[in-house]
Design a protein around this ligand. Structure first.
Ligand code: UDX
Length: 436
């Protein structure tokens, strides 16, 4: 008999995890307190853009294995409960807000059967899992709790969930590990590396990985600042250092930096937690990583000012991209949208295009201008900003685009466009970390 699974919290992580678990043949019930979200998911609709997820969801719901509900009583006889709720940054500090995780634990503890395993997947400050386990055992002594961090990237959520590059399980018993091995049997059959850890290490793995990625991005953006000062080219520098296999060429794309629902808040929550543990000195460098990252946004705005004689009032600026990265409609802490809003606040008339993120961007900044087509955004523009590297922007014809704008000035905030082609078509071309 296959184990029965619940997934508590049906955002990016939970909705994807639920559909993927179902595709592995488990009976899965997704639970969320947001009735509107459950209604959409039950109708096979994904409330956000994630390639391949809607197709998978449709297939799994049709199979009868996957259902969604707001009723926690519906998951009482489940064997393994995955907690996938959000841990956003607190409004008044750098720390993570654990109210959703705590509420999910309490809800599941009240109804789960003896022998059930509760598995946390949310990103939490180290120490949370042990605290939650104690709380669970107090309410429900027959249950157990493990931690199993998730490393999925938005835009590749289905692929990363079905074929993770490693599985990390924080457990306190062989029985809990054995149950998780049953869940991930198909990955183990494909030789996916399996790392057994204690609870705190499993929590730390996640924030350490995201801190490392953030550091890599801010490192190359710091090099971009030096390149600008010295007349060098950061794209050539990144290519050259990336050939060293110890360094590698991934996550060395210089530009306006990292954003999204994970990297920024995870490094901040990590610093806050280290402070509580008396280890704040160890993570002081992350403060600098955060500053370099936020500075990249200001450097783009400086380039804009330089090209428009330091006067943005009344200037028409086209912005290509609002999502925090391509293949996503997520605008949480998006560098692109932040820059667009700052330029508008300085008096420019901003028109934003994005293939998927216009609706969430408009919800966040209703006063900004938006265009469903690229031509509409570029029409009569004094300057164009390329801020999210969607493939369609790389495929634009610079000569055709030049005819639409008032001034052919392109600032490539992602170092992703073909500079020579744009210059050949008559554009003044600027980019971070290159001679401008
Ligand atoms: C990240 C981690 O990659 C993932 O493992 C974790 O579980 C969740 O957080 P995600 O937020 O989906 O995933 O985005 P990611 O692909 O890591 O990109 C983060 C940001 O860094 C984006 O804004 C992206 O544009 C930026 N970035 C990435 C760069 O600026 N340069 C790079 O070279 C790579």
């Amino acid at each position: 008999m296959k184990l029965k699974v619940s997934v508590i919290g049906t955002g990016y992580l939970g909705a994807t995890h639920a559909a993927c678990m179902s595709s592995l043949g488990f009976e899965v019930i997704g639970v969320d307190v947001d009735a509107a979200k459950i209604e959409l998911l039950s109708a096979s609709k994904v409330p956000f853009y994630e390639p391949d997820l809607e197709d998978l969801l449709q297939k799994e719901i049709a199979s009868g294995r996957l259902t969604f509900t707001t009723d926690f009583n519906a998951i009482a006889d489940v064997d393994v409960h995955f907690i996938c709720v959000g841990t956003p940054q607190k409004a008044d500090s750098l720390a993570a807000d654990l109210k959703y995780v705590d509420a999910a634990l309490d809800a599941v503890a009240a109804i789960c059967k003896p022998g059930a395993l509760v598995v946390g997947k949310s990103t939490v400050p180290v120490g949370t899992a042990a605290r939650l386990r104690e709380r669970l055992l107090k309410i429900n002594p027959g249950a157990d709790l493990a931690w199993n961090p998730e490393f999925l990237r938005e835009g590749f959520a289905v692929e990363d969930t079905l074929r993770p590059n490693r599985l990390v399980v924080g457990v306190t018993s062989d029985a809990a590990e054995a149950k998780l091995k049953e869940i991930y049997a198909s990955n183990l059959a494909e030789n996916t590396p399996w790392v057994r850890a204690d609870l705190p290490t499993s929590e730390l793995v996640k924030v350490a990985a995201n801190s490392f990625l953030a550091t890599k991005i801010s490192f190359i953006n710091a090099m971009a600042e030096v390149c600008e000062a010295a007349g060098g080219d950061v794209t050539v520098l990144a290519k050259a250092i990336g050939y060293d296999p110890r360094i590698g060429n991934r996550f060395l794309q210089a530009g306006i930096g990292f954003g999204g629902g994970c990297l920024p808040k995870d490094i901040r929550a990590f610093m806050a937690r280290a402070g509580e543990l008396g280890a704040d000195q160890a993570l002081e460098f992350l403060r600098e990583i955060d500053s370099i990252n936020l500075r990249a946004r200001q450097r783009v705005i400086e380039l804009v000012r330089r090209d428009l004689s330091d006067n943005l009032a009344g200037k028409k600026i086209a912005v290509l991209g609002a999502a925090f990265k391509p293949d996503s409609d997520d605008v949480r802490d998006s560098p692109a949208l932040d820059i667009a809003a700052q330029i508008a606040a300085a008096g420019a008339t901003v028109t934003i295009h994005d293939p998927k993120a216009i609706a969430p961007a408009r919800k966040r900044f209703p006063a900004l201008g938006f265009s469903e087509d690229i031509e509409g955004a570029l029409e009569g523009a004094d300057l164009v900003l390329h801020l999210t590297e969607w493939k369609i922007y790389r495929e634009l014809d610079p000569a055709k685009m030049a005819k639409l704008v008032a001034n052919p000035i392109m600032i490539d905030g992602r170092n992703a466009l073909d500079r020579e082609a744009w210059i050949a078509a008559g554009w003044k071309f600027r980019a971070l970390g290159r001679a401008n």
